[in-house]
Design a protein around this ligand. Structure first.
Ligand SMILES: *Cc1c(COP(=O)(O)O)cnc(C)c1O
Length: 439
């Protein structure tokens, strides 16, 4: 396979993008910022977006005919790569029987049972169409269960564009340096306490000052770049939530079904009260879920009086894709993904040479931070050399590697990435690092 990466690191190759540029001009006229979700615009790396025509395994093909090894993989859902034949077959078979009924189907029961089998803390769940909806609904349950309104979240964590959680959120917002979104009611933001990640004292103080309905955390935060918990920090969340009479809500939209069969809660041995799922659970189609303790989930209508609904929730296509994706994710698959991530992290570190770079990883996720020191919080992530990341990332694109167009994101290696593609990636990385040194 020949990617632009195999041309080597002599000079920064130019990326031909005339057709993408033309489409972007048209898009700007009819869509805000030319995109349907902010980070796609690539503003954080100082270029215009590339328009994609197809994905094959771990490769993307753009409208100008450029091929890339893809480490975005739709920001998490595509753990099996693009257009996996078994997922396609499952979706096509489901579509032939009807795309949506507004009535229950057998596959929904099977998907919920598959999740329960993998995550003992999720014996019961409710499906939604997006992670944002799932978070919003989980918080409603937590508030109903505790009779409290306040929520504690961590700086740099992203839980979807839920009103009350857009305070100091990561990802697109951090990238654009918007402290909180316009249009969020002051009352919604006021109910949220934002605590620095990996800061036990700040957490304890926040809980004492205003006992919340829930502590919401990504157990492996991946929306400020990947910033794993310090040893003991997740256990502290569990202990402190109990002491404060609050629920512990793990947002495993990214980590669930990526880092292990049962998510970060399995790897870390910390059991949340409620879990938010998304991305991999939809197999590349729109699906998400929230679930957890039976007594809590039975508060949800029609079993209980917490109202939440969705026309396309648990729709047959997404459920078929999700089930097909999960059924291929056995222990050997996770072992392979974990080994691949570990090696890629090591090779990228080596490619960086003497440059001050931190490659942080957990199974299936990594981030390259341009920093002298390990990144432990959002403040650390924000203090990195973002211009260097941007230039490096443009160098990767020009060499056929499609990495997240922001340092405040994780790379998503997939089971479709081949040995050759990994080697080409590291070569491209070395070339892009060399450009920085030269420039
Ligand atoms: C992507 C993401 C969400 C939001 O999911 P959407 O389907 O985009 O609404 C929530 N939490 C985390 C941790 C995410 O990465």
């Amino acid at each position: 396979m020949s990617t632009p990466a195999s041309r080597g690191a002599a000079a920064t190759p130019a990326l031909r993008d005339e057709r993408s540029s033309e489409l972007y001009r048209r898009a700007l006229d009819v869509m805000p910022g030319g995109v349907n979700s902010p980070v796609r615009a690539m503003r954080a790396i100082g270029r215009d977006p590339l328009f994609i025509v197809r994905g094959e395994g771990a490769e993307l093909l753009d409208v100008d005919g450029n091929r890339y090894v893809d480490y975005v993989c739709s920001w998490g859902p595509l753990i099996h790569g693009h257009a996996h034949p078994e997922i396609l077959a499952a979706v096509l078979a489901a579509a032939e029987r009807g795309t949506t009924f507004g009535a229950p189907t057998e596959a929904e029961v099977e998907l919920a049972a598959e999740v329960a089998r993998r995550m003992p803390a999720v014996p019961m769940l409710r499906m939604t169409s997006s992670g944002t909806e799932a978070t919003m609904s989980a918080l409603r349950v937590a508030r109903a269960a505790t009779g409290r309104d306040a929520i504690v979240k961590f700086a740099g964590a992203y839980h979807g564009h839920v009103d009350g959680l857009l305070a100091q959120a990561g990802s697109g917002l951090a990238t654009q340096a918007i402290p909180a979104s316009a249009g969020v009611p002051a009352a919604a933001a006021a109910a949220t306490t934002v605590v620095p990640w990996n800061d036990p004292d700040a957490l304890v103080a926040a809980l004492r000052e205003r006992p919340p309905a829930a502590i919401v955390a990504e157990p492996y935060p991946a929306n400020m770049g990947l910033v794993p918990p310090q040893p003991g920090f997740l256990a502290l969340l569990r202990e402190q939530a109990d002491a404060a009479g609050a629920l512990l809500v793990f947002d495993e939209v990214i980590s669930g079904f990526r880092v292990s069969p049962g998510g970060a809660q399995e790897l870390e041995g910390v059991t949340p009260d409620l879990t938010i799922l998304g991305k991999v659970i939809g197999g590349g189609l729109p699906a998400a879920a929230y679930g957890g303790r039976r007594d809590l989930m039975e508060l949800v209508a029609p079993a209980g009086d917490v109202y939440q609904a969705g026309t396309l929730s648990g729709n047959p296509l997404a459920v078929a894709a999700g089930l097909a994706a999960l059924r291929m994710l056995d222990e050997p698959a996770y072992l392979r993904l974990a080994t691949m991530t570990e090696r890629l992290a090591e090779d990228l570190r080596r490619a960086a040479g003497m440059r001050a770079v931190q490659v942080q990883h957990v199974p299936g996720l990594l981030t390259v931070f341009f920093s002298e020191e390990p990144v432990r919080s959002y403040a650390d992530a924000a203090a990195c050399d973002l211009d260097a990341y941007a230039a490096w990332c443009r160098g990767l694109l020009a060499r056929g590697v499609y990495a997240p167009a922001s340092q405040f994101e994780a790379w998503f290696p997939s089971l479709a990435h081949t040995e050759e593609q990994l080697i080409a990636t590291v070569e491209a990385a070395a070339g892009a690092f060399a450009d920085l040194a030269a420039g």
